[in-house]
Design a protein around this ligand. Structure first.
Ligand code: UFG
Length: 341
């Protein structure tokens, strides 16, 4: 059993990971500043696990507060670092907010990892680092292309910062960077899920809110892509499968099974689905007819991307377990529970 710090642990992927870290028999502490999550998530996790999570409301870009936290928790074995802003469009409007928050928080965490001789970190990265790859499915060796957004750039720069830090640290700390494809769905209990603050940018929350009658219609952004049905293709992966990969990564680091001090893994299903396929699958599993309309492409969207998952399957001994239909159903059940419908 190890003690794991989960930064951003009240967020969407962080909260599901906290549950799986608990299920794996580890202790954990959540640090989050609730900038894009709710304190209710703590009771959601408690309902699932039966144990109230230890939670600190701390802004990790505050150097002093971060130091104080680590000084009083010097027995942490490993860190899973989720805490970051993640809205692509907002990052284009407010780039400095993204660079300041995402990079300062990481730097403060790494400084304390060094100071307190913490042995490992798992970093929350994104397939956005690949841009539109020339070859699909995309492997971890695919080139990193210039980021399309400041958000994506913070993920690229963060990976570089971590690599430089690991190199400078004479083997005292190891890192795994997990590049998520498109996380969807919710815990089967529906006690936690994606937090629908404001108008969703992402496809699945927009679908569930349309089904719930909160949005009048779903806009499908473009049907003239070079894909089988003309709509854009992504690799949608259930959030609990992603959470379980974090447990695999943590155990790999704790057990010294890593092959180098900095490792990268794609977290996807290995299968692409078009926007229309997602809509049709949602309709099939829920029996709800969605009101949707084809509109213009959304600026900055890539045409198609899905993961080659061989490395994660073999090295992490991890595989996705949830179909896209099951994933969409969990998203809908969560939406209904949250809206009390
Ligand atoms: N889409 C619609 N209508 C909507 C919302 C989305 O048609 O209302 C389409 C998008 O155009 C895209 C697909 O659904 O083709 C998926 O869009 P999302 O916004 O759900 O996801 P993205 O693939 O654009 O973005 C995700 C993450 C980002 C990350 C990016 C990396 O949300 O954090 O993957 O590619 F940077």
């Amino acid at each position: 059993m190890a003690k794991i710090l989960i930064t951003g642990g009240t967020g969407y992927i962080g909260s599901h990971t906290a549950v799986e870290i608990f299920n794996a028999g580890h202790q954990y502490i959540i640090v989050d500043n609730l900038s894009n999550s709710s304190i209710d998530v703590i009771s959601g996790i408690e309902k699932i696990t039966g144990v109230k999570p230890i939670f600190f409301n701390i802004d990790l870009k505050d150097k002093t507060l971060t130091e104080q936290f680590f000084n009083s928790h010097s027995d942490i074995d490993s860190v899973i670092h989720f805490a970051a802003y993640k809205a692509v469009g907002e990052s284009v409007q407010e780039p400095l907010k993204y660079y300041e928050n995402n990079l300062l928080s990481l730097i403060n965490v790494l400084e304390n990892i060094k100071l307190h001789k913490i042995k490992s970190i798992v970093f929350s990265s994104s397939c956005t680092v690949y841009g539109q790859p020339n070859k699909l499915p995309v492997t971890e060796q695919s080139p990193i292309l210039k980021a399309d957004s400041p958000y994506g750039n913070t993920k690229q720069i963060s990976e570089e910062i971590i690599q430089d830090f690991i190199k400078s640290n004479n083997g005292n700390c190891k890192a795994v960077s997990l590049r998520y494809f498109n996380p969807v769905g919710a815990h089967e209990s529906a006690e936690i899920g994606e937090l629908p603050l404001g108008t969703p940018n992402n496809l699945v929350p927009f679908i569930t809110q349309t089904a719930a009658g909160i949005r009048a219609e779903l806009k499908i952004f473009g049907n003239d892509y070079n894909t089988p049905d003309g709509t854009a293709v992504r690799d949608y992966i259930h959030v609990v499968d992603i959470a379980k990969a974090h447990v695999a990564a943590i155990n790999r680091l704790l057990n010294h099974h890593n092959k180098s001090d900095f490792e990268v893994f794609n977290l996807g299903t290995g299968k692409g689905n078009s926007v229309l396929e997602i809509v049709k699958t949602f309709e099939a599993v829920t029996g709800i007819k969605l009101n949707y309309r084809i509109t213009e492409r959304r600026p900055g969207d890539v045409e198609q991307i899905w993961a080659n998952t061989d490395k994660a399957n073999i090295e992490l001994n991890w595989k996705t377990q949830t179909s896209i239909g099951e994933s969409l159903l969990t998203a809908w059940i969560r939406e209904k529970k949250y809206r009390r419908i």
